[in-house]
Design a protein around this ligand. Structure first.
Ligand code: GLP
Length: 241
């Protein structure tokens, strides 16, 4: 594991974007796994600037998002589809048919999940996945549990996740109770992983994930077992290490 502690969120975002850019420069048709949430916003902004400057192109990149809420229309202001369009895809030259996000409105969720995994496999697997971290140690929407999850699946969101994510909705009742997420096995199969965390609220989860024994109660702790993990966190998130 490579641990990089930055002075600020700004520096974290720059470092994360440089890591993504390096992969895309090395392999223009790279397959990326991408997160949502507040943490990666700065990274997306830097990547958009690199594209606007003409120093980076995403023309041949394929991307798979980690997760999506169940039941939200694609264009609902809180769908991750809309988030990606507004914060990244809408500002770069990635081909629309190379962007993949689980369909939260799918009628047959089970087959949608299987098909999502098949698409990842067909693309040659994910070269680099960027992960955010939930306050409870979740990655994607893989919540604390008794055992690690497998491939992409439907998940019931925990109360603390619903509460944490309610800041984006008009009221807590509007937050979907279920989601579709890549599983722990899907994440661990990615060739490279970058975990991002910023702020004091993530310090406890970072300590448990990186310094304590691997347990499904802290899903991010499984990343300790990955062969190519880079952790980029700011000083506040690192404060309990
Ligand atoms: C959501 C997403 C996660 C994300 C987490 C942390 O629950 N499903 O993928 O990592 O939020 O978000 P934030 O970066 O806003 O703290």
């Amino acid at each position: 594991m490579r641990l990089m502690i930055t002075k600020s969120y700004e520096e974290l975002s720059k470092l994360a974007a440089e890591n993504v850019a390096n992969i895309v420069e090395e392999k223009p048709n790279a397959v990326l796994g991408l997160p949502t949430g507040s943490t990666p916003i700065g990274m997306y902004k830097k990547l958009i600037s690199m594209y606007s400057d003409g120093t980076l192109s995403f023309r041949d990149v394929t991307a798979f998002n980690l997760d999506e809420y169940e039941g939200l229309d694609k264009n609902s202001p809180n769908s991750y589809y809309k988030y990606m369009l507004d914060n990244f895809y809408g500002h770069i030259d990635i081909a629309k048919d190379k962007t993949n996000i689980p369909d939260g409105k799918a009628v047959d969720i089970y087959n949608t999940c299987i098909e999502y995994e098949e698409r990842i496999k067909k693309a040659g697997g994910i070269d680099l996945i960027i992960l955010g971290l939930g306050n409870n140690g979740h990655i994607g929407f893989n919540e604390p549990a008794d055992h690690f999850s497998g491939i992409t699946h439907r998940v019931k969101l925990h109360r603390e996740t619903i509460k944490a994510n309610s800041r984006f909705f008009n009221s807590i009742d509007e937050v979907p109770k279920y989601a579709i997420t890549m599983g722990i096995r899907s994440i661990m199969h990615c060739k490279k992983i970058i975990l991002l965390a910023s702020g004091k609220a993530k310090a406890e989860a970072i300590k448990k994930a990186l310094k304590e024994p691997v347990t499904a109660k802290v899903p991010a702790s499984v990343l300790q077992l990955h062969q190519d993990l880079t952790v980029i966190i700011d000083e506040e998130a690192a404060s309990l290490l």
